[in-house]
Design a protein around this ligand. Structure first.
Ligand code: GDP
Length: 705
């Protein structure tokens, strides 16, 4: 083992860590701003322009081409002797699960808005997600160089649309209509950025004479806003005493951490202005792990365990992202909450109860990976070598188990079959799919070895589209893709029995088997039960498993609508055998036939997956939301007003089959201002009139196969 570096020997100073993410509407300039942050901190040697498709944070080819950031990667950098770890968060609505995943592990957020477009509907969606995780935030109004940018308007929108309490800490500075820099309301300085070196250097000057009045009145506003959160300062303010910049900053920090204020900065990522002040703000106002309440987990059944953010407690770490890298292999991104991860030691995965060896540890930088021997409480890094760990797993010590609150992933809603174009492609496809589903808990793969059909399921059309593109680019397979489908099931509604004798006499050995089967419906979710009631060896013991196996095989294929059969009990009542002609094979065949008949006589019924759907939308859209849900066979279970922000929450139970195209319909219906969450709940009978049509279709499909 190599000697520890100086950094490894000394304890990580928690107060100097900032784990942050930039949350933004797509196109607000997140990648551009993140790039500048990394550039000014000296970690990247040249600026990767998004428009050239060269940005450091955009790892995948595909992202670069689409210009959207899908994968959250945690990149560390240094600023003012603090380590800032930037967790990239995607802005596209179909990938909100990625946003949630990163919000779970970051401590503070930079909310990014476009100075022209302001607080866009999607900014509201991501903002609400950040609120859910109670993440303190600062804001950056980007693109101040564009015509029509309006800083004050964005502040108003933050108040109106987000119900936030923005505190402007800077003002934009224009010269002959050109955006040249910012005025710092706390330090009372005008800051100009050099054009020659991409804004790396800047100089400060007094506030320009012609802006002094405006500056003073806005500074008064800031002082007043900040003092409201600090009694001592408030007194000083009332006495008209001078308040030092340092005092303002520490009061504003307290208010930000308490989520009572959002300090707002502005600039232009593209024109290299205002970014250093934003970095300062990350250090000045966003929390360090020391500022956080203890992390809460569960031990055993439901015993609550708390861990403070220190390396002196037992290990508690959360795997929040898994990436398979062509060179490195499986990389598990972890957030260490307490204790430490050490290279070469064993950790206990409290989720799957397995012990795994920590291979290599790394901290990711924009342009290189730094090898680490330990990752301590408060740190975010990568573990290589954990083959059984997946997203959401907790890592700890076996003697001190803890399951951290898991990330809630919505169930996949859309499935399509994928068919490799050649036999040679089949293994490649399955291998690629298993890797991709490892990385992404909202993406699942099912392979039916009998039909050879592979079905992939995900969160929406774009999600599956991205997966298919990744298959093509990264794994070089382009399967044929089927129509999106819902998984139906079938069951019976009445008891029924059938007697069948399987007899064949064609020279030599004949075939003989005889069973009487009774089928009975079971409550939803009960699955399958089999009861052997044969007495006195009418059917010898060795043939019973063949009877059950025959039934299970038919259940998997389905009868009524060629969908898997669930929720019934089969009783093997009677039967007989023949000394010579009976065999396992004969009983298997006989049971299949008897079961098919008994089932068909039991009045079969089609079942469909039903989801609970929660739509959150501004009040004015609630009528449109509920009528669109009703037209999709929804049962609206509740409608409630949330908070003082005029947000209406509509809860409904809706058949999954009716939810195709819903996210785009909802987006259109509400100008993108609604958010919806959909979870599979259970199976329910399909109304007869609709069932007939589906059954017909499924039968036709089965005949074609
Ligand atoms: P993301 O989708 O939020 O990551 O946004 P990008 O960083 O990819 O930026 C989207 C587009 O806005 C790109 O064409 C950028 O060049 C452009 N852009 C980003 N920041 C600025 C800015 O400050 N000013 C102007 N005028 N354009 C910007």
């Amino acid at each position: 083992m190599s000697a520890p570096t100086v950094q490894e020997k000394k304890k990580v100073d928690l107060s100097r860590l900032r784990n942050i993410g930039i949350v933004a509407h797509i196109d607000a300039g997140k990648t551009t701003v993140a790039e500048r942050m990394l550039y000014y901190t000296g970690r990247t040697h040249r600026i990767g322009e998004v428009d050239d498709g060269n940005a450091t944070m955009d790892w995948m080819d595909q992202e670069q081409e689409r210009g959207i950031t899908i994968v959250s990667a945690a990149t560390s950098t240094e600023w003012r002797d603090h380590r800032i770890t930037l967790i990239d968060t995607p802005g596209h609505v179909d990938f909100t699960v990625e946003v949630e995943r990163s919000l779970r592990v970051l401590d503070g957020a930079v909310a990014l808005f476009c100075g022209v477009e302001g607080v866009e509907p999607q900014s509201e969606v991501v903002w609400r997600q950040a609120e859910k995780y109670e993440v303190p935030a600062i804001a950056f109004v980007n693109k101040m160089d564009r015509a029509g940018a309006n800083f004050e308007r964005v502040l108003e929108q933050m108040e109106d649309r987000l119900a936030a309490s923005p505190v402007a800490a800077v003002l934009p500075l224009y010269k002959d209509d050109e955006f040249v820099g910012i005025m710092d309301l706390i330090d009372e300085k005008a800051v100009y950025y050099a054009d020659e070196d991409l804004g790396r250097t800047y100089h400060e000057e007094p506030i320009p004479e012609d802006r002094l009045d405006e500056f003073q009145s806005l500074r008064d506003r800031l002082v007043q806003q900040v003092c409201e959160h600090d009694e001592e300062l408030f007194e000083k303010y009332c006495m008209d005493e001078h308040i030092e910049p340092g005092e303002l900053r520490s009061a504003l920090r307290k208010a930000t951490l308490a989520r009572e204020a959002v300090p707002v900065f502005c600039g232009s990522g593209l024109k290299n202005k205002g970014i250093q002040r934003l970095m300062d703000a990350v250090v000045d106002y966003l929390p360090s792990p020391e500022d956080l309440p203890p992390v809460v987990g569960i031990k055993g059944e439901d015993e609550e365990v708390k861990r403070t953010h220190t390396r002196d407690e037992p290990l508690a770490a959360l795997a929040f992202k898994v990436v398979t890298d062509r060179h490195v292999g499986k990389m598990v991104y972890v957030r260490v909450y307490s204790g430490m991860l050490q290279e070469g030691t064993y950790v206990y995965n409290a989720e799957n109860e397995k012990r795994e060896r920590v291979g290599r540890l790394m901290q990711m930088h924009a342009d290189h990976e730094e090898k680490r021997e330990r990752l301590e409480a408060g740190e975010i890094g990568v573990v290589v070598g954990l083959s059984d760990t997946t997203t959401g797993d907790s890592l700890c010590e076996e003697e001190h188990p803890i399951v951290l609150e898991n990330i809630e992933f919505p169930a996949p809603v859309l499935s399509v079959s994928v068919q490799p174009s050649s036999r040679a492609d089949r293994d490649k496809l399955l291998n690629a799919l298993s890797r991709l589903s490892d990385e992404d808990p909202t993406f699942t793969v099912a392979y039916n070895s009998e039909t050879g059909e592979t079905v992939i399921s995900g969160m929406g059309e774009l999600h599956l589209q991205v997966i298919l593109e990744r298959l093509r680019r990264e794994f070089n397979v382009s399967p044929a893709v089927g129509e999106p489908k819902v998984a139906y099931r079938e069951t019976i509604t009445e008891n029924s029995a059938f007697e069948y004798k399987h007899v064949k006499q064609t020279g030599g050995h004949g075939e003989y088997a005889h069973v009487v089967l009774q089928v009975e419906p079971l409550p939803a979710g009960s699955g399958f039960e089999f009861e052997d009631e044969i007495k006195g060896g009418d059917i010898p013991k060795e043939y019973i498993p063949s009877v059950e196996k025959g039934i299970v095989e038919v259940m998997a294929e389905g009868i009524y609508a060629h969908s898997p059969i669930v929720d019934l009990k089969v009783r093997l009542l009677e039967g007989s055998h023949h000394e010579v002609d009976s065999s396992e094979r004969a009983f298997n065949k006989c049971a299949k036939k008897a079961f098919r008949e008994a089932f068909t006589r039991g009045k079969p019924r089609l079942l469909e997956p039903v989801c609970s759907v929660m739509v959150t939308a501004p009040d004015e859209y609630s009528g449109a939301v509920s009528s669109s849900l009703s037209s999709r066979r929804a049962r609206i279970t509740s409608m409630e007003q949330r908070g003082e922000r005029n947000i209406q929450v509509v809860n409904a139970m809706v058949p999954l089959a009716e939810m195709f195209g819903y996210s785009s319909e909802l987006r259109n219906l509400t100008a993108g201002r609604a958010e919806f969450d959909m979870r599979f709940e259970h199976y329910e009978p399909v109304p007869r009139s609709i069932a007939d049509e589906i059954v017909e279709r499924k039968r036709e499909e089965a005949e074609q196969d």
